[in-house]
Ligand binder design. Structure first.
Ligand SMILES: Cc1cc2nc3c(=O)[nH]c(=O)nc-3n(C[C@H](O)[C@H](O)[C@H](O)COP(=O)(O)OP(=O)(O)OC[C@H]3O[C@@H](n4cnc5c(N)ncnc54)[C@H](O)[C@@H]3O)c2cc1C
Length: 424
């Protein structure tokens, strides 16, 4: 940590609230705080939305409260790892260092833990389309959000039934869905391969036509309403008067009254500076966006056979998914991403896969699939909002609303104890 004398010579900007991280979670916090009347500064070393929030599958998964690991995962793991077309891969040597994290991860797959975790996640996911629309409208970004169902697609009814555990959880939380039998699938979407005989439409879902453009629009709305965005890396957090009061960047600093750490997969280092140790890892994921696919699905498709999502977006057909454990530093392995091209051909036999862009991003992953949302146990003026795993786009706006409420001293209308940074 820096002392006052380290920072005295720097140029200084002051804010009531400083937010580190301009991904979908950070921008949502900044906008909700701005709407509540705070003077907010948002700091990111990249442009808004240019890290993980750039390349996701765009799904607003209102019933995406199923944690990443569920009962039976141990039996499925070897099959996933040894299948070259499978969704999971490991990069060494980082994976070896993750063993304690994996142990915690697997322990959370028991029925009791999954029930506890999905109940907590439901408080964040349900209503996500409405949360997004209400944040996007003042920024003129609602045209990027489609309040339309997503199709979950199975090879046959038996494979759907093998997923019964997850569907029971979704239904317990009020998921509205519509079964599409084999005979109806071709008329629902003629581009789907006839190999697939069972579909189920998740009716309260939505999707985003361009996740990067959404965050950029929100950021522009934030600036138009008087918010300030600084492009710089926060290298330290200075403690002054016995509390964090200043963010240190190369050449300047930001003095704040309250601080929100929303730095996605990079948040652990910042939290640690303020005395909180969290087992934050990254689940690296990939996308391929087909820029000349020759077809577009009628609705986003969650292809259960390859555990990936095909989303019709404004820049092309995006295929997103895969989980790779390998830390924040390893370079992308785009050979993995090519699996998505093969999967696309299985899903849509007539799709053109010649022209595409590819991307790798870092899902911020805690071993219980729950984010950290709430105050620091050490400093009353610090709040955390990170670790949103596979559902950060879905749950960003609700997280922002909760953080803004906490900073205003309101009692949250959801139980925030499962999201406490103290739980590890
Ligand atoms: C392949 C894939 C598909 C996905 N699909 C979906 C989906 O369909 N639906 C869904 O809900 N979610 C999805 N997700 C998850 C979702 O994208 C993430 O949960 C979400 O983007 C996380 O947002 P964030 O704001 O926390 O992090 P980020 O977007 O990563 O933002 C964190 C920001 O903090 C900045 N930062 C970090 N450290 C510092 C520092 N020291 N100083 C300054 N700035 C700093 C970074 O530059 C970055 O911009 C997917 C993820 C992947 C990888």
């Amino acid at each position: 940590m820096c002392s006052i004398t380290d920072t005295a010579a720097r140029s200084e900007i002051s804010a009531t609230v400083a937010v580190i991280g301009a991904g979908i979670v950070g921008i949502s916090c900044a906008l909700h705080l701005q709407h509540a009347g705070f003077k907010v500064i948002l700091i990111d070393r990249l442009g808004p939305g240019e890290a993980t929030s750039l390349g996701n599958a765009g799904i607003l998964a209102s019933h995406g409260m199923i944690p990443v690991v569920t009962p039976g995962i141990l039996k499925k793991l070897p099959g996933m790892l040894f299948d070259p077309m499978g969704p999971l891969s490991l990069r060494w040597p980082h994976t070896a260092r993750m063993l304690p994290w994996f142990w915690q991860y697997l322990r959370n797959s028991s029925h009791a833990n999954v029930t506890r975790i999905s109940d907590a996640l439901a408080d964040l996911t349900i209503g996500s389309v409405e949360e997004h629309l209400s944040l996007a409208k003042p920024a003129g970004a609602e045209k990027l959000i489609k309040a339309e169902p997503t199709l979950s697609l199975y090879e046959n009814e038996a494979s759907y039934k093998s997923d019964d555990y997850a569907w029971k959880i979704r239904r317990k939380h009020g998921a509205r869905s519509k079964i599409i039998e084999a005979s109806e699938l071709a008329s629902f979407d003629p581009e789907l391969s006839p190999k697939f005989k069972f579909g189920i439409l998740l009716q309260d879902y939505g999707y985003v036509l361009d996740p990067l453009a959404l965050t950029k629009h929100l950021a522009r709305g934030f600036e138009a309403a008087g918010g300030k965005i600084i492009k710089a890396e926060v290298i330290d957090i200075a403690i002054e008067n016995n509390r964090p009061e200043r963010l240190i960047m190369a050449g300047n600093s930001v003095k704040f009254d309250r601080l929100v750490i929303a730095a996605g997969a990079w948040s652990a280092k910042l939290a640690r500076k303020l005395g909180s140790k969290v087992p934050l890892e990254t689940e690296r994921g990939y996308h391929i966006t087909l820029t000349d696919p020759g077809l577009m699905p009628k609705a986003p498709v969650m292809a259960t056979f390859g555990k990936f999502i095909a989303t019709p977006m404004s820049m092309g057909l995006r295929l997103a998914g895969l989980v790779e454990f390998g830390g924040l530093e390893a370079t992308p392995n785009y050979a993995r991403a090519e699996t998505l091209l093969k999967h696309a051909k299985i899903l849509f036999p007539n799709v053109r896969t010649k022209d595409y862009t590819q991307w790798m991003g870092h899902r911020p992953a805690l071993p219980d699939s729950l984010p950290v949302i709430g105050p620091s146990p050490h400093f009353a003026n610090v709040f955390f909002a990170f670790g949103h795993h596979h559902i950060g786009l879905t749950t960003g706006p609700k997280t922002g609303r909760l953080i803004a409420g906490l900073i205003q001293g309101e009692k949250p209308n959801v139980d925030l104890s499962p999201f406490s940074i103290d739980r590890f």
